[in-house]
Design a protein around this ligand. Structure first.
Ligand code: ATP
Length: 244
């Protein structure tokens, strides 16, 4: 049984189709990238999986449980967490208040303090700045905070939408180093939307390439980022400069 199974999934916004019959699997402990150009449907796919947008067709399963039709809180309780595009942290709240917001669905109140401490161990900068307004953090620190907040629900599967967005390449390196370390420490399964397939290839893992609401390619990220394969998938031409 795969960790996550997506079967013939379609999503529409009114009459606009965003996803068309998308099917794929993620195995336990894998790191899987969804890559592709703007408007390919990458964010819609993650939003459908975490229950934030409704589906018009198909089904989603995690560990054999049906996710389709469940509200986002119920899906989170099953062990799925999302780091949204743009991070969506609360800038006027402190770093620690932002971490505690993620605990709303938890019933094991006494374990929350231990978990906050563990997050501070993974992200010492967040401990240092725990009483600062989150809006005062740098972009990279805000991304770490968004990841820390997602960890507060103790996920088994974490989805991250565009962690590189707006960050300098060196900071993106740090964010990915952190994600890989967390994956090793916690045995997390990661599903990451990363527009740059070259970045995905550098980090390593499996990759699904999307275009026009469909998966148009799948394989090892390093092989998939091959320039010709990308050019063909993006533009339908054999070779386009700077296709990645
Ligand atoms: P980006 O990298 O630009 O976020 P994406 O690959 O994540 O792109 P989506 O954001 O999922 O793509 O968008 C897929 C399609 O659905 C696009 O045509 C987009 O314009 C449309 N779309 C997305 N969100 C909405 C919405 N809330 N209402 C109407 N159409 C939408």
């Amino acid at each position: 049984m795969s960790k996550l199974g997506v079967f013939d999934l379609s999503v529409r916004y009114g009459k606009i189709p965003a996803l068309n019959d998308v099917s794929f699997h993620v195995q336990e402990g894998e790191r899987v990238f969804i890559s592709g150009p703007n408007g390919a449907g990458k964010s819609s796919l993650l939003k459908a999986i975490c229950g934030a947008v409704s589906t018009s067709h198909g089904r989603i399963e995690m560990d054999g449980d049906l996710l389709t039709g469940r509200p986002p809180e119920a899906i989170a309780r099953l062990g799925l967490s999302m780091v949204p595009e743009g991070r969506e942290i609360f800038g006027s709240l402190t770093v620690e208040e932002n971490l505690r917001i993620g605990t709303g669905i938890r019933r094991d109140l006494e374990a929350i303090e231990t978990d906050i401490d563990e997050i501070y161990q993974s992200f010492p900068i967040l401990r240092e700045r725990r009483h600062a307004a989150a809006g005062a953090l740098s972009g990279g620190q805000q991304q770490m905070l968004a990841i820390g907040r997602a960890l507060m629900t103790n996920p088994k599967l974490m989805m991250v939408d565009e962690p590189s967005l707006g960050l300098a390449p060196k900071i993106v390196d740090q964010v990915y180093d952190t994600l890989i370390a967390l994956q090793e420490e916690r045995g997390l399964t990661l599903l990451i939307v990363e527009q740059s397939s070259l970045r995905a290839a550098r980090v390593g893992g499996k990759m699904f390439l999307m275009r026009g609401g469909r998966i148009v390619g799948a394989g090892n990220a390093a092989e998939m980022a091959d320039e010709d394969a990308l050019a063909q998938a993006y533009f339908g031409t054999p070779r386009v400069e700077g296709a990645a």
